[in-house]
Design a protein around this ligand. Sequence first.
Ligand code: NAD
Length: 370
Amino acid sequence: MATHNLLMLPGDGIGPEVMAEVERLIAFFNKRGPAKFETSSDLVGGAAIDKHGVPVTDEAMAKAGQADAVLFGSVGGPKWDKVAYDIRPEAGLLRLRKDLDLFANLRPAICYPALAEASSLKRELIEGLDIMILRELTGGVYFGEPKEMVTLENGQQRAVDTQLYTTHEVERIAKVAFDLARVRRKKVHMAAKWNVMRTGVLWQQVTAAVHKSYAPEIAYEPILADNCAMQLVKNPKQFDVVVCDNLFGDILSDEAAMMTGSLGMLPSASLGAPDAKTGKRKALYEPVHGSAPDIAGQGLANPIATIGSFGMALRYSLGMVKEAELIDKAIANVLGQGLRTGDIMQPNMRKVGTTEMGRAIETELARLAG
Ligand code: NAD
């Protein structure tokens, strides 16, 4: 039986509560197969600041570098609002992303049929939606130099951000997009502004070249990023994988995800380059939400985003696609049975807490696995 090494970083606030429900599923698979998980855990965020004075230690970073996948909860909270900027809780997550060079951020937008009514879009537009926004995470305007604000002689201020990409940066994310499309519905849109931005021209040229040489069997279509934003609310099901730069990806992934429900439902993955020897990518999986201090410690948090992130780890890091599908199906069925945490509560549904939701998903998983 294959053994997978996972590093669990539950973090702060609701992080440990939702991660406990992932541990429940790990125990389930360890008992039933088809693979075995060896887990270790460490502190991150405020919990690491309290114990070690830094939001992530070198030892935890070394474990993250060795793991087949890192499962991350959430960090931060009012307790650490006043710590120095460079050791704030979020700096732990940023260090993980930077040191592991996690350049590809996968944000699925999936609409479970039972939650279609909760969307701000009409049911027929959203029901059954399953798209993937792929955001370049380590380059572009958030990092390009010069990045400055200067006072001019006339007293005005001038601010500069620099959007900067190289062929290599676009090529590697384009390959991830085509790899994802291969195991999905075989369609990639590349969203950029090649009509007004030189980096947009580079994105269009490089992704078209990668399409031709790397994945000619996949449908490929460049789309202007502003049009993509409109099409996402007009007819979202036309998309499969949408790849874009850091800035457009930040916006389009939030737009796509929020069409489908609460923060408590949204998983994500961040992947690095394949290892030259093993072909394995460094990877970190985390819910999109934060530490939710307003409900932390009360057993109210929705664990589905974190369970969904574990499902993504099975699919994208561990080759357990069938089990990932079973988890998705178990979540859909439990929602179909009317169970709801407070954040997704609807009339005539049964309100449950974190543990009850996790247990129900495990029970359904066991039933589906036969
Ligand atoms: P948040 O995502 O923690 O919470 C926003 C709202 O959504 C809250 O009302 C919360 O109760 C609700 N919510 C979030 N996740 C939920 C879940 N699983 N189930 C039910 N309800 C849920 O964002 P915030 O309030 O802006 O930030 C709180 C703290 O989290 C801050 O310290 C912030 O810096 C940090 N944060 C961390 C991350 C991360 O770890 N990746 C991301 C965002 C924010």
